[in-house]
Design a protein around this ligand. Structure first.
Ligand SMILES: Cc1ncc(COP(=O)(O)O)c(C=O)c1O
Length: 387
């Protein structure tokens, strides 16, 4: 049992339940990347022996990433993460498919990387439909169907929501999108490495993933672009990454991402079984506290997340008080701004309830003991705050 050897609480005195914000690096991933920060430093574009060897390692990583999502390695573009991948994709489709139309559909609960890119395109004359969600966080497929038009060029829907864990019906969405000849993009940042994805089977044309959500370092990610889809260069230069993203490759992180994908492919299933039982234990205990409820669909939800509203509590204050507990309120990526979560607001939650909600996101290094400790600490804090 690999996870037993890597206990964040024992090593660093941190009760970490914020894996959707970022994950620690799997020690095996770190081991795989270290030689590429030391002796294996050559440029993969160099034609000498050393460069060719590094190029082989990049090739292996590309295959490892592709295998995890059922793609071909030629369809993988390495990026700095999901935000960049999303920008390359949405702006690229907008530019290259302008002759078909200027209409894009997305969802009000998407990550800001998608929403703000779409807002930028509005300033350039594109029309964006932001689909609402139901109380449970799911979109209404009839609503999507009604919004699709002959000038729709792209539908972009997140597979797994980062705040609630809600899983959108990707297959149905892509089928409807393809009926009118538009492209379908899935932000799969919170899904890849946790649940099975097959881009062909799901009908995904474009997908993004991020290393730091799956036990690889920050600053590396990938964009899947289905063969035949044309996107313009995002950065101009040496023509790297199918001409989309020029710039010398970040080899250590690419190797790390490849290794993380290989591990995920082999261990995802067993990790899921452990994590879901820990998440359920945590949730069952916390729901015993009066006036608590889960935000988002219980049935269509990923196994590692529980977003709970503790009526009357101030989630921000709670987070500040629990010094060695890492949990989140709203999305960590925008947490510098104290606003109610746009995801919970879109689901119809009042500001008061949104501010009283905490996101617990578990990962493969969590233990039963950690869950017990977090429950105890939370109960004590809530009693203190309500006293
Ligand atoms: C669903 C989702 N999309 C996109 C991103 C942005 O990813 P990155 O940090 O790799 O830019 C995140 C990060 O929180 C996310 O959760």
């Amino acid at each position: 049992m690999f996870w037993k050897k890597f206990n964040l609480n024992k090593q660093y005195n941190i009760l970490y339940l914020d894996y959707n914000a970022t994950t620690p690096i799997d020690p095996r991933v770190l081991d795989a990347m270290l030689p590429f920060l030391k002796e294996n430093f050559a440029n993969p574009s160099s034609t000498h022996y050393f460069g060719s060897n590094i190029n082989e390692s990049v090739k292996t990583a590309r295959i490892q990433v592709a295998n995890l999502i059922g793609a071909d390695e030629t369809e993988i573009i390495f990026t700095s993460g999901s935000t960049e991948a999303i920008n390359i994709a949405i702006k690229g489709v907008a530019e290259n498919y302008i002759n078909k139309g200027k209409h894009i559909i997305t969802v009000s609960t998407e990550h800001k990387a998608v929403l703000d890119t779409c807002k930028y395109l509005e300033t350039k004359g594109y029309e964006i439909t932001y689909l609402p969600v139901q109380k449970n966080g799911l979109i209404n497929l009839n609503e999507l169907n009604k919004s699709l038009r002959s000038d729709t060029i792209l539908v972009s829907v997140m597979y797994v929501n980062n705040e609630t864990g809600v899983i959108q019906p990707i297959k149905e969405i892509s089928a409807l999108t393809h009926e009118i000849g538009a492209l379908f993009m899935a932000d799969a940042t919170q899904a890849v490495g946790k649940i099975e994805i097959d881009v062909d089977d799901f009908g995904i044309d474009i997908l993004c993933l991020s290393g730091h959500k799956m036990y690889a370092p920050k600053g590396i990610g990938a964009l899947y672009v289905k063969k035949g889809i044309r996107l313009p260069a995002y950065t101009h230069g040496g023509g790297h990454e199918n001409g989309l993203r020029s710039g010398t490759l970040n080899v250590p992180s690419i190797v790390a991402l490849g290794k993380a994908c290989e591990i995920a492919e082999q261990e995802m299933q067993q990790d899921a079984e452990r994590i879901v039982s820990l998440r359920n234990e945590l949730e069952n205990e916390l729901l015993k506290i009066p006036e608590t409820f889960v935000n988002g669909s219980i049935e269509n939800r990923i196994y590692n997340v529980s977003n709970i509203c503790f009526k009357g509590c101030d989630a921000n204050v709670m987070i500040g008080r629990m010094k060695n507990v890492a949990v989140s309120n709203g999305s960590a990526c925008t947490s510098a701004v104290i606003e109610p979560s746009h995801v919970l607001a879109a689901m119809g939650l009042s500001d008061d309830y949104a501010f009283a909600s905490l996101r617990f996101s578990l990962g493969k290094f969590n233990t039963k003991e950690e869950i017990k400790s977090v429950v105890e600490i939370l109960k004590t804090e809530l009693e203190f705050m309500n006293s």
